[in-house]
Design a protein around this ligand. Structure first.
Ligand SMILES: *[C@@H]1O[C@H](CO)[C@@H](O)[C@H](O)[C@H]1NC(C)=O
Ligand SMILES: *[C@@H]1O[C@H](CO)[C@@H](O)[C@H](O)[C@H]1NC(C)=O
Length: 227
């Protein structure tokens, strides 16, 4: 009897460890209250009184408008997450509009909390993701790429580094669903070379196996955020 109970506890523990996406809702909805002045912080956002919930809480307008791509990357991500649409709280989902100028790039980045499924509406995108370090140290991280045309759908698995590049000489447009109310984004170059304060060049010269002047140059760049 004791052994069986221990086994159940072990399985339950393993199951909760493996569960790395947003937790499931425990009610129909939990519209986020605007907690920008809150003194306590919880995992997610606290619920508005359900009796005061209105249709507007589940609504966000204006995603027909193109994002401004006049920037060095030539891309703009307009994310509709729980901060923009409070009804998304606890539902484990969000949406993004991606605009690209000709040859615009959404640079290598990861979403720590979400898988992304993308559909191209206009233009041609060269997209890809890289797998995590392989168990066999003689093998390399594997790159998967694809050219996408209007109507094509591609999925970027949770946490993996990925990018989208407009290879056409016209604007491109895509939309993406993300499996978190707050997917987060880590842009690789920004995080590594644009952190505040900067990462010690002693760390980066060894990590990237280059001279200090290369690191100085990279840390001196302006690493813009396109979202
Ligand atoms: C939340 O409240 C703050 C401060 O009152 C305000 O600046 C912000 O725009 C509000 N956010 C939303 C999504 O309404
Ligand atoms: C787009 O962004 C650029 C650079 O920040 C700015 O100069 C321009 O006015 C913006 N365009 C629109 C339509 O907002």
């Amino acid at each position: 009897m004791k052994i069986a109970l221990g086994f159940i506890v072990l399985i339950a523990t393993l199951a909760s460890i493996a569960h790395a996406s947003d937790p499931s809702p425990l009610q129909d909805f939990c519209v986020a209250v605007n907690d920008s002045m809150a003194a306590v912080f919880v995992n997610g956002k606290i619920c508005k009184n359900p009796n005061q919930v209105v249709a507007e809480d589940f609504f966000f307008p204006g995603l027909n408008k193109p994002g401004n791509t006049s920037n060095p990357l030539g891309s703009r991500v307009t994310l509709v997450n729980v901060d923009k649409l409070p009804g998304l709280n606890t539902l484990g989902i969000s949406l993004a509009r991606l605009d690209f100028a000709p040859y615009g790039l959404n640079p290598p980045h990861t979403h720590p909390r979400a898988t992304e499924i993308l559909v191209v509406i206009k233009g041609t995108l060269y997209v890809g993701f890289v797998t995590s370090n392989p168990a066999d140290p003689t093998q390399k991280n594997k790159l998967f790429t694809k050219y996408l045309y209007p109507g094509d759908v591609f999925v970027f698995p949770q946490g993996l580094i990925h990018f989208q590049f407009n290879v056409g000489n016209e604007n491109a447009l895509a939309f993406a669903g993300l499996s978190s109310q707050n997917p987060g984004v880590i842009t690789i170059a920004n995080a590594v070379f644009g952190s505040d304060p900067p990462i010690s060049p002693d760390v980066l010269t060894k990590a990237f196996q280059v001279e200090k002047n290369v690191i100085d140059y990279l840390q001196a760049q302006f690493w813009m955020n396109n979202s």
